[in-house]
Ligand binder design. Structure first.
Ligand code: GUN
Length: 291
């Protein structure tokens, strides 16, 4: 038996439709337009692609998009001054500073300079603390997208064994918090975990977020488990022609699909959900800011 494929593109389109509906009601009933400011420092090609995509989708759902592209050599003080202006701007409800930042800039300082109410990434230390203590917070977009797909596929997650592979602040740790909030029994596995295969084999839910090409083979997966692959790794694809590449996840899809109950593909799984959740968080921030 092969796994059900969880189609992130279709799911994300549904989320965007709901967001567009909320945006239309905010405009018609309250005269409000949610606004998202995205700040990009430098010319990292992958970041440029993400930022363009974010701007395009923001406009498509009827929100206002404010893009700020700064030179890679921009002094930290200048970036902080921009954040202060965006914090004070009533037309801006969400602020996202694209990571990674150039080496001369203190990422933590910059993230914590964002007004927590406008922190649609959920990376501000106040939002991290609120999430981990079960208070109302902004929830990081990628783990939020993963949770929405898990809930849609499984219904209640209560009592299930979940393993999160990877302990990053952006995905692994907030993902574990969200699963705990759903009453899962949560294990965080990482590079120092002993017998990681055994840990993964016990899991009803596997969220792989390590950024290591196809590191989870099918024979680590418990039959029928739900597998969410957050990895986006570019590998050579000589079969497509000389110099060609393709994207693969942290899970070896071809073997895992034979064992899992459901699995997200790469590309077309978690990726599209991240931006959809960013738009949803911006609407949430706008609603909270206006009572
Ligand atoms: N870079 C890679 N993923 C993210 C994300 O979710 N938010 C921000 N701000 N930067 C990123």
């Amino acid at each position: 038996m092969t796994a059900q494929i969880i189609d992130g593109k279709v799911f994300a389109a549904t989320v965007r439709e709901k967001v567009a509906g909320h945006v239309a009601r905010l405009r018609d009933d309250h005269g409000l337009t949610p606004g998202l400011a995205v700040v990009l420092v430098g010319e990292d090609p992958a970041s440029q692609v993400y930022v363009r995509s974010k701007g395009k989708q923001t406009v498509e759902v009827g929100m206002a998009s404010f893009e700020h592209t700064l030179d890679a050599a921009t002094p930290q003080a200048e970036l902080l001054a921009l954040i202060q202006r965006l914090n004070a701007d009533p037309a801006v409800h969400g602020i996202l500073v694209q990571l990674p930042l150039p080496g001369h800039i203190d990422e933590e300082l910059v993230i914590n300079a964002i007004d927590p109410a406008k922190d649609v990434d959920g990376f501000h230390i106040l939002n991290v603390g609120r999430l981990s203590t079960g208070q109302k917070s902004m929830v990081p977009c990628t783990p939020l997208g993963c949770l929405m797909m898990l809930r849609d596929h499984l219904g209640s997650l209560s009592g299930l064994n979940a393993v999160v592979i990877g302990r990053s602040n952006i995905v692994g740790k907030p993902m574990a918090q969200l699963l705990l909030r759903e009453s899962c029994t949560v294990t965080i596995a990482h590079s120092r975990t002993k017998d990681i295969a055994d840990v993964v084999r016990r899991a009803d839910i596997v969220v792989a977020a390590v950024g290591r090409t196809q590191m989870v083979p099918g024979d680590w997966i418990k039959p029928g488990a739900t597998v969410i692959d957050v990895g986006i790794n570019r590998i050579d694809a000589p079969e497509k022609g000389e110099g060609k590449t393709r994207l693969v996840g942290d899970v070896d899809f071809d073997s895992a699909v034979q064992v899992a109950g459901a699995i997200t593909p790469v590309p077309g799984g978690v990726g599209p959900m991240t931006i959809a959740c960013l738009l949803a968080n911006t609407v949430t921030a706008c609603c909270r800011a206006n009572g």
